[in-house]
Design a protein around this ligand. Structure first.
Ligand code: 5AD
Ligand code: SF4
Length: 466
């Protein structure tokens, strides 16, 4: 079964773009739209498509709901606090709607794929006009046209395994960085995770579509290509290709730019893939490999399908093949049934691997997932204590970590004004480490060699080499 949205359907949406543009011509100036994206890079990328479609329809973009004729919340469901933030912001929109009853309010993204959320919006947020699911993103022109004509509340959440819509207009957040989705959805069903339920089954974009998009992005000035997917390491399975092949293709594109990717699953991080990364000089030397836990018992309950030993072996292989690599990871504290002993296994793993930095989360039960049904005897206080202990151990590991860079010359992509001082410039190394350095603003958007002079806990500073 093909998951690609047909050319006819995409043409129909382009026609709705034209019809909305005609309707908006009655305004003396382009009406304003505010798009608020919550959550991960995948969502940011969807936000760029929403903005792209809106701009083609004749909207101007604005940074707050004040004065906007259209507000769209592109939501995240990964943890409870992400959802709470959306509901809080959505509640506050009531006042904007009272001030401007013509305002259209739309909600899309991961939260809308959960029935209990849709019910809550129907009941408690009557000022929301339209809700559209993750597989209806490309249909925004049609849904918006209907709102502009009729104003009937619309909840449109197609139930399917997920689609691929090519040719949706884009408006990039940052001209230097191009996020390019390579696949959508997830088949892993880690027991704590909502993503497979809200983003559907894994489906990969055609390699040629991806390569063409990357070529065009580089031609129009992008210096960083971010290949995106919930689990990029399983790219191309259904197409008879793989992620290593895709990296080689993108690496072969002419021009000076970097390739990064996210997210990776350790179970699919094969030696072959690491060899390909080592070979491809444009691929960054940063491995973000979420381990989640250092306890084999918890990894099994999480359905991660690797052991602590497998994980350590793959990190050792990375260090051997890519000696200048930075390693980062995600950790969940307080998974149901986790004991202090299990938690200590996580501490011992992070001491052994010595990550450059960690993204740490307290487990948040997600309705409909397996873990949400498991016994969870540890108290919130206890989990909070473990969480603080984890942060302490990591900051002790991280201290002095960047000293190794002092005296070295690193290639930095110059991104803008300095973080420590606006008279300086800032950028990132191949390891994704932040560096502030001296230089003329004309260097913004260029690669610069910087000699590192000082290391801090979370950044470096140095001098440009002429
Ligand atoms: N609770 C806490 N953290 C979670 N993550 C995913 N689902 C949950 C959850 N239910 C974390 C994982 C993942 C990162 C993106 O978010 O660590 O790697
Ligand atoms: Fe991204 Fe997952 Fe949040 Fe959806 S639920 S926005 S896929 S982190």
């Amino acid at each position: 079964m093909t998951t690609k949205v047909s050319a006819e359907e995409m043409a129909k949406q382009r026609d709705f773009i034209r019809r909305v543009r005609e309707l908006l011509e009655k305004y003396p100036a382009p009406p304003k739209a505010h798009v608020h994206t919550f959550g991960c890079q995948q969502n940011v990328s969807d936000g760029e498509k929403i903005k792209g479609m809106l701009c083609e329809m004749g909207y101007g973009l604005c940074d707050t709901p004040d004065g906007a004729e259209l507000v769209i919340f592109n939501t995240c469901a990964v943890r409870e606090n992400a959802e709470d933030r959306v509901f809080g912001n959505l509640g506050a929109l009531k006042h904007n709607k009272q001030a401007n009853p013509d305002m259209i309010i739309g909600v899309c993204g991961c939260m809308t794929e959960q029935e209990h959320v849709v019910k809550k919006i129907k009941r408690s947020f009557p000022h929301v006009d339209m809700v559209f699911g993750t597989n209806a993103l490309h249909m925004l022109p049609e849904l918006l046209y209907k709102q502009l004509c009729g104003r009937k509340r619309d909840f449109f959440i197609p139930k399917n395994d997920g689609v691929i819509a090519e040719g949706v207009p884009l408006r990039r957040e940052n001209p230097l960085k191009a996020s390019i989705p390579i696949m959508y959805g997830c088949n892993n069903f880690c027991s704590y995770c909502i993503v497979p339920y809200v983003r559907g089954r894994e489906r990969s974009r055609d390699t040629e579509d991806i390569v063409r998009e990357a070529e065009n992005a580089v031609k129009s000035g992008a210096r960083e290509i971010l290949l995106l997917g919930q689990n990029v390491n399983s790219y191309g399975k259904e197409l008879g290709t793989n992620f290593a092949e895709l990296l080689r293709r993108v690496n072969a594109i002419d021009g000076e730019f970097r390739i990064c990717y996210m997210s990776s699953h350790p179970k699919d991080a094969t030696r072959g893939l690491i060899d390909a990364i080592a070979e491809c000089e444009k691929v960054t030397r940063h491995f973000h490999l979420p381990v989640q836990s250092g306890s084999n018992r918890i990894l099994e309950l999480m359905n991660r399908r690797y052991t602590r030993e497998d994980y350590i072996a793959i990190t050792e292989y990375i260090r051997e093949k890519v000696p200048n690599a930075a390693l980062t990871s995600d950790i969940i504290v307080g998974f149901p049934g986790e004991t202090y002993n299990d938690f200590c296994e996580t501490l011992s793993l992070i001491r052994q691997v010595k990550f450059d930095s960690l993204y740490t989360f307290i487990y948040s039960p997600r309705k409909g997932t397996k873990a949400a049904e498991m016994d969870d005897p540890a108290s919130a206080e206890e989990k909070g204590k473990w969480f603080r202990e984890l942060l302490d151990v990591q900051s002790e590991i991280g201290r002095g970590m960047y000293e190794k860079y002092v005296g070295k010359t690193l290639r930095v992509l110059c991104e803008g004004e300095g973080r420590s001082n606006p008279a300086l410039l800032t950028g990132r190394t191949e390891q994704d480490v932040i560096v502030d350095f001296d230089g003329d603003r004309s260097l913004i958007g260029k690669f610069v060699d910087v000699r590192i002079e000082q290391a801090f806990d979370w950044m470096l500073s140095g001098k440009t080499i002429e």
